[in-house]
Design a protein around this ligand. Structure first.
Ligand SMILES: [Zn+2]
Length: 118
């Protein structure tokens, strides 16, 4: 099972820690960890559940692709300002766009589910 990127630091590296009472996923960069579970599969699910409790702007990271309401192209995230709720994007031609979470039609994890990652 694929684990989602850490919402705190954006790291893709999670570590499955095997502890006497079970398993838990920990972010190798910032130490965010999900609840302890009995199987690695449940540990991965617990991590993803934890990630999805964070607001979407916390879950997008540089290099992710998303789609806006008013733009048909898939845009790449080049940066974000979580204090101001702004996401900075670039299209394949190199044009930049500034969006807010309200402008987003499909988040990276919604695009991935449709299998259309380009
Ligand atoms: Zn982290």
């Amino acid at each position: 099972m694929k684990t989602h990127q850490c919402p705190i630091c954006g790291s893709k590296r999670t570590f499955l820690d095997i502890i006497p009472q079970g398993y838990q996923y920990i972010c190798t960069q910032c130490g965010l960890c999900a609840l302890r579970q009995f199987t690695p599969q449940e540990a991965a699910e617990a991590w993803n559940e934890l990630v999805f409790k964070f607001p979407p702007i916390m879950r997008v990271h540089q290099g992710n692709n998303l789609k806006l309401d008013f733009n048909d192209d898939i845009l790449t995230v080049i940066g974000k300002d979580t204090d101001r709720c702004k996401i900075y994007l670039e299209d394949y031609k190199g044009n930049t766009e500034i969006a807010t979470p309200d402008d987003v039609d499909q988040w990276p994890w919604e695009i991935e589910q449709k299998g259309g990652r380009q």
